[in-house]
Design a protein around this ligand. Structure first.
Ligand code: PLP
Length: 447
């Protein structure tokens, strides 16, 4: 029996709070009030292991003292100052210096935002500005992948390929966006023909040729698909894509909003393939989600074209000093504690357990991902591969919560259970969670 206070809070929540990706007027029946390390604590004092780092954003675990200290120190000195019109402050400068040492290749210049959608929208606008500054405004189209996720603002919604549900009620969307099939072999959009996963890269080239390279501004993709279900491309996919973008003078935007900051076992997932993009988008782990923050990272090439010309784009909170101070402290922790190495090590351990104890189960179709960025796909049965029934999934989600596991289901059919705990998790902590999760998945009966 839950307390009167919790009951009243839940009722008030139903009346006043609209929850994203939930039936309006409903909630999950739990009120969180505290957090520490890999744990969340509800108003009844019950603990939950955060096995998905919330929205795959609390990479350093919850309530890091270093971040609290940085925020407290900054807020005692300054609250807000704009970065518009050339104004600046020490927090954003110091953060940018640190970040440019960590971001791959010549990604050295930062346009700050308040989150992932603002970052991807800005990157696509900056790509168009780049071509416009070069006198090639006709290069305006953006290509992206089905099953990708890039956010919910104007351009990012148009570039999303995850599900029609994200787009159709909000149409008509922006013109100039082209979606092409991705590399998810388990559910290939090319049907039952043999697909080495590279059909998608070949399709990119054919699309650029068919549309005319003179009309294409950029190709945007996540290095590893996140909301699409932690899907790693085949080894040759990124090298092929890089070559195609270069060949046709199409800007390459790598969306590292979810995959960045140690998540995949590298500081940035781009490092797995040595991707040298023209722009990279970041958010989430940048501040460990302690404050809303993000950025578009520009290569020297893009920066040089934008330099000395007007930038008619920006958000009130661009480069917010308190968020910048927190991000700076978070970067120190990522480097000092070798968080990416831990994510790779514990990730390998999780993978072994997924292969040995989950993949043979009747309702586990496939597993994918790497590091702290893995997922199992739940199906009604292995032969039909039909996504597990939504009611079964809802019941499982509730059982996980009852057993103290905060989890998340993603992918085109919301049937990929993400194994994305904080990147600082220990093997013992991961085992504790997996020991709870495994019997619940094993109990699912095929249909
Ligand atoms: N891009 C990617 C790859 C994401 O995973 C997300 C969010 O999950 C976004 C963009 C949008 O970020 P936000 O929710 O902060 O707007």
């Amino acid at each position: 029996m839950i307390s009167k206070r919790t009951q009243e809070l839940l009722q008030a929540d139903k009346e006043h709070v609209l929850h994203p990706w939930c039936i309006v007027g409903q909630n999950k029946g739990v009120v969180y009030e505290k957090a520490h390390g890999i744990y969340l604590v509800d108003t009844e004092g019950k603990e939950y292991i955060d096995f998905c780092s919330q929205l795959v954003c609390c990479n350093l675990g919850h309530r890091r003292q270093e971040l609290i200290d940085a925020m407290t120190e900054a807020i005692n000195k300054i609250d807000y100052v704009t970065c518009f019109f050339g104004h600046t402050h020490s927090y954003v400068i110091e953060l940018s210096q640190k970040l440019s040492k960590l971001t791959p290749g010549d990604l050295n210049h930062f346009f700050y935002t308040c989150g992932g959608s603002e970052s991807t929208d800005s990157a696509m606008k900056l790509a168009r500005l780049y071509w416009s500054n070069k006198g090639l405004a006709g290069k305006h189209k953006i290509i992206s992948l089905y099953n990708s996720y890039h956010g919910v603002a104007g351009l990012s919604t148009s570039a999303c390929g995850l599900s029609s549900e994200i787009k159709n009620p909000f149409g008509p969307l922006l013109p100039g966006f082209i979606l092409i099939p991705g590399y998810y072999n388990y559910r290939s959009m090319f049907g039952d023909v043999p697909d080495d996963g590279l059909m998608s890269a070949r399709f990119l080239e054919k699309t650029i040729q068919a549309e005319g390279p003179e009309s294409i501004a950029a190709f945007i993709a996540e290095p590893i698909m996140g909301a699409g279900g932690s899907i790693v491309p085949p080894p040759q996919w990124w090298p092929m894509v890089m070559e195609i973008c270069k060949k046709y003078d199409v800007l390459l935007i790598v969306d590292e909003v979810m995959s960045g900051f140690a998540r995949s076992g590298k500081m940035f997932a781009s490092e797995h393939w040595n991707i040298q993009p023209d722009m990279m988008t970041i958010a989430k782990g940048l501040t460990n989600a302690t404050l809303p923050f993000g950025a578009v990272v520009l290569s020297d090439k893009v920066y040089e074209t934008l330099k000395d010309k007007s930038l008619p784009h920006g958000f009130t909170y661009c480069g917010h000093p308190i968020a910048a101070a927190v991000a700076s402290a978070a970067l120190d922790v990522y480097v000092r504690d070798k968080v990416a190495e831990n994510a790779a090590k514990v990730g390998n351990h999780i993978r072994q357990r997924l292969e040995a104890e989950f993949l043979p189960l009747p309702c586990v179709g496939t597993i994918d991902g790497c590091g702290m960025f893995q997922a199992i796909e739940l199906v009604n049965n292995k032969e039909s591969k039909t996504p597990i029934d939504p009611e079964v999934l809802e019941e499982l989600w509730q059982q996980l919560l009852d057993n103290g596991i905060f989890s998340r289901f993603e992918g085109q059919f919301s049937c990929q259970m993400q194994f994305c705990p904080p990147c600082v998790i220990t093997i013992e902590e991961a085992d504790k969670a997996i020991d709870i999760i495994q019997p619940l998945i094993a109990a699912l009966r095929p249909k």
